[in-house]
Design a protein around this ligand. Structure first.
Ligand code: TRP
Length: 326
């Protein structure tokens, strides 16, 4: 089975370790095998950032730098900017007629985001409808594999519903990464820049050290000799996501549960692994950051390529809707 892969990220700031574990790592594997489109979702970012337009604009370059830094290769993956493919907005507008407001209000991820952002009566209609725009992104490229974090699963379900309704020949399968959710360093929930509990991919050595120091462990584990809890312990969640030696991690968990293993030992181990993981990413990021014009040229070329593909789908869509007149 060959796949067409599409994913994206909203440009609202630099990407962090949660993005890396949730989807960037998967994309590196996928670009070796499949046709892959990776989108900087600026149009989607507008749905809750109309008051921060400058931040969205600035973050496009930041996200592109993060992509290049982790090893997404423009020769293998088409890196593009959502707004530069206006066909995506057009398709979203058509698909909006195939979903009810009640159905939009039931999407659990959107529900949670509405709660977090404190939207009440001032909920932007575009925000409530962003899963439809996401469905349009996926459908326009006829993507069959969408490597996103677990929180995006409801978007995939809505996409499949919409595509079924549109009676198109495309279908999508979610590829949810095994470690789809990386907790924030404070242990309060998933890693998120808006919660201030993120570790950015471009973090320097001191920031990495400080983040590991701050990491939530088990507040009941007061003395080294005390038994400790592994569940909900952020350091173990990160070791699960980053430590290649799974047998050693299993042993550390046992030891921690029995007592006699201090947080500092674990944190030193994790810090070494994170420093090693992030050093080459930071170095590549700095290299590309020195030539932003070249990065924007890459995005322009990718966007033109993506637009060609989406335009073909939209031509068929307009035909199917009876919107071809001349
Ligand atoms: N909603 C995704 C996020 O916040 C970004 C996104 C937009 C996306 N369109 C997409 C992801 C299409 C996958 C497929 O990260």
């Amino acid at each position: 089975m060959t796949h067409i892969v599409l994913t994206g990220d909203r440009p609202t700031g630099p990407l962090h370790l949660g993005h890396y574990v949730g989807s960037l790592r998967n994309r590196l594997l996928l670009q070796a095998q499949y046709r892959q489109f990776v989108m900087i979702a600026d149009t989607q970012a507008l749905t809750d950032n109309m008051g921060q337009l400058a931040r969205v604009h600035r973050s496009v370059l930041e996200v592109a730098l993060d992509y290049l830094a982790v090893g997404l290769d423009p020769a293998r993956s088409t890196l593009f900017i959502q707004s530069q493919v206006p066909e995506l907005a057009e398709l979203a507008f058509y698909l909006l007629n195939l979903v009810s407001v009640a159905r939009l209000e039931r999407n659990p991820t959107v529900k949670e985001e509405i709660r977090l952002r404190g939207f009440e009566r001032d909920l932007p209609a575009g925000f409530l409808a962003y899963p439809v725009s996401q469905a349009a992104d996926i459908a326009a490229f006829r993507a069959t594999l969408v490597p996103v974090g677990a929180d995006q699963q409801p978007m995939i379900e809505q996409t499949n519903e919409l595509v079924r309704r549109f009676n198109a020949a495309t279908g999508s399968a979610a590829l949810v990464s095994e470690h789809g959710r990386l907790p924030g360093i404070d242990g309060s929930g998933k890693m998120s820049k808006s919660q201030g509990n993120a570790l950015n991919l471009g973090a320097d050595a001191d920031e990495i050290r400080a983040a590991v120091q701050r990491m939530y462990t088990d507040p009941g584990h007061l003395r080294v000799a005390d038994p400790g809890r592994v569940e909900g312990n952020v350091v173990f969640a990160y070791l699960d996501a980053f430590d290649p030696d799974t047998a050693a991690v299993a042993e550390l968990k046992d030891h921690y549960r029995r007592g006699g293993l201090g947080d500092m030992v674990l944190k030193r181990r994790l810090e070494a692994i994170l420093q090693e993981t992030l050093a080459p990413i930071r170095a590549r990021r700095a290299e590309h950051a020195a030539d932003p014009a070249e990065v924007m040229r890459l995005l322009a070329a990718g966007s033109a390529q993506a637009r060609e593909t989406a335009a073909k789908t939209l031509d068929a869509v307009r035909g199917a809707l009876g919107l071809r007149y001349f």
